[in-house]
Design a protein around this ligand. Structure first.
Ligand code: GLV
Length: 332
């Protein structure tokens, strides 16, 4: 890319840790930011992106075919995040727009949330916390609200990539859990590292005591955890999702919990987001829900801001995007 940073207008579509914005400004990029903590409305996103060469955005920006065709001139889209299901990648590729993301820096933070939710759900922590708030902690109760232990149980990972591996390491280290997984393709390296066993999807459902979702949201995975899937799971199992809410069907999940098809659930992602405050899942004894905070640590969010800025800086300096989602666009 021949354009000099001083001639590149970058639009940042959310309030973000300043590290990446400072990096861009230091390199002399012409940066405009959206300064409202609420997600940018679509018309404002288009209005601003239309005036810019580069877009620095988050998962709340809807980069669909409509947006992309209005903003065909964009030279790069850099997503603050590892998931990019808010961006229509085939359309961006068709229009020749390169897209970057920020993998790696949020791996530990997200695995910690999956691990925490597993314990919180299996020990009914969120539900029991609410009892104190409601003034319902009266005495030590030897037989009420008993949870489940995790030692030597089977952990099933759906999508054994970076985050799934870290979740599995935590579960093995803390509870000597036996790890099975299902992926689009076998991950031999991870098998060696974790002693993990690849199983078909129906076996993952049937064998897991804890089933933790770490896949991307795609046409293939959308709603894959539905009524039929929950019915194949153990009645004692706990379902964890820290990837994208769209991977599970939330009504089916509620029904499966109500009917005892599965035992509990821990969610950091819901469908839709935000979850409505009256959602019955929030009052269930064996359920723990968080508001999509997987990557919400100072370290991870600073890392995401830095990597997203690096994608833009490197692209204009060397024509390379260090974390490239659609490198095939360069062949165009
Ligand atoms: C957060 O959910 C991300 O995809 O980075």
């Amino acid at each position: 890319m021949k354009r000099k940073p001083g001639d590149v207008k970058v639009f940042v579509s959310s309030v973000l840790p300043s590290i990446g914005i400072d990096m861009l400004r230091k390199e002399n990029f012409n940066v405009t930011t959206w300064n409202d903590n609420n997600p940018i409305p679509q018309d404002k996103l288009i209005e601003n992106a239309k005036l810019c060469n580069a877009l620095f955005c988050t998962l709340t920006a809807k980069i669909d075919a409509g947006f992309l065709n209005e903003c065909k001139h964009l030279e790069i889209i850099s997503q603050f995040g590892v998931g990019y299901d808010n961006i229509n990648i085939p359309e961006a590729t068709k229009l020749g727009i390169p897209v970057g993301n920020t993998p790696g820096v949020l791996t530990d933070a997200t695995a910690d949330i999956a691990f925490g939710l597993m314990i919180a759900a299996s020990r009914k922590m969120f539900f029991m916390h609410k009892k104190i708030e409601k003034g319902e902690w009266k005495h030590f109760a030897p037989t009420s609200h008993l949870g489940m232990e995790l030692k030597n149980k089977t952990l099933g990972i759906f999508g054994l990539g970076r985050i799934g591996i870290e979740m599995a390491k935590r579960c093995k280290g803390a509870y000597n859990m036996n790890v099975i997984y299902y992926n689009r393709k076998q991950n031999i390296e991870a098998e060696k590292l974790l002693g993990a066993k690849y199983v078909p999807f129906h076996e993952l459902l049937a064998q897991s005591d804890v089933l933790s979702v770490h896949s991307v949201l795609s046409e293939e995975t959308k709603g894959i955890f539905n009524k039929a899937a929950f019915e194949k799971m153990k009645p004692t199992s706990v379902f964890i999702n820290t990837s994208r809410g769209g991977v599970h069907n939330e009504e089916d999940l509620l029904q499966a919990l109500n009917e005892g098809k599965i035992w509990g659930a821990g969610l950091d992602v819901t469908d839709p987001e935000p979850m409505h405050k009256d959602n019955p899942l929030l009052n269930m004894e064996n359920v723990a829900v968080l508001p999509h905070i997987g990557s919400a640590t100072i370290e991870a969010r600073n890392g995401m801001s830095r990597l997203a800025a690096e994608n833009i800086i490197e692209f204009y300096k060397n024509g390379l995007i260090p974390n490239f989602v659609n490198p095939e666009v360069m062949k165009k």
